[in-house]
Design a protein around this ligand. Structure first.
Ligand code: MG
Ligand code: MG
Length: 254
């Protein structure tokens, strides 16, 4: 069952999403050589609470931090710790905010320059695949169209697509129906309805598809230890078109 959101509900999700966008933009500036992952997490939590929000991830199934920070060959769900960013790193910053009972969920991948050309291309392609997925999400299209559009962009470069984790519905809960895989068959699956709110989040590997979870129970890494990128937006699909809910307050992308 996919919850359809009313326009006033979507407006509330946009307010939660703007806190996510602004937090991610702040973190993009802060993520420099020498900064620790724990410092990023603390800055995010303070920023979110100052805006009247709650970090959705903190305590979610016992997750111990406000952000998921996944460095280089880590794919998703990395736990912020004392590691320092260094030149050549890429970092996926995944942020959820609950504001007035509604959730926004988005992620960026930042590059600590200079970054190797093949890694830069991975990050840029991951962003392009997210854009393609958002473009495919429209009333009357099929759910499989989204995954097919994402997959097409990723396959062009021969990258690995993570299959164990996927996008999802979002609303009052962080994870709602439907699941939104980052691969699929165009024209397959249920028809997309007005009022659907989805978090679309390609996870793309420089090497193969395969990943596994570390013994901390959270951190997902690539089996071949090659880098992985991850970006995400929450979107609302309405008759008027698709709206990105996790833009910054000024309407820019984080
Ligand atoms: Mg997320
Ligand atoms: Mg998500």
């Amino acid at each position: 069952m996919v919850n359809r959101k009313s326009e006033p509900q979507i407006q509330k999700m946009r307010l939660a999403g703007a806190v996510v966008g602004d937090t991610l933009k702040m973190l993009r500036g802060l993520a420099q050589e020498g900064v620790t992952l724990r410092e990023l997490d603390k800055a995010a939590e303070a920023f979110i609470r100052a805006r009247g929000g709650k970090p959705t991830f903190k305590g979610y199934h016992g997750f111990p931090a406000s952000l998921c920070l996944s460095l280089n060959h880590e794919v998703v769900h990395g736990i912020p710790n004392g590691r320092k960013l260094k030149k050549g790193d890429i970092l996926s910053i995944d942020c959820g905010v609950t504001l007035d009972d509604w959730v926004g969920d988005a992620a960026i991948t930042v590059m600590i320059e200079p970054v190797a050309q093949d890694v830069r291309q991975l990050v840029e392609t991951t962003y392009a695949s997210l854009d393609a997925g958002i473009e495919a999400a429209k009333v009357g299209a099929r759910l499989g169209d989204i995954g097919a559009a994402i997959e097409k962009v990723i396959n062009r470069r021969g990258y690995g697509i993570v299959r164990e984790y996927c996008g999802h519905g979002v609303g009052k809960a962080l994870h709602e129906d439907p699941q939104v895989p980052n691969y699929g068959t165009a024209g397959a699956g249920p028809r997309i309805q007005p009022g659907w709110c989805l978090a679309i989040e390609p996870m793309v590997n420089l090497g193969g598809d395969a990943v596994h979870t570390l013994s901390d129970g959270w951190t997902v890494i690539t089996n071949d230890a090659k880098p992985s990128a991850h970006v995400e937006h929450s979107i609302a699909i309405t008759e008027a078109g698709v709206q990105i809910l996790t833009l910054c307050s000024d309407g820019t992308r984080p």
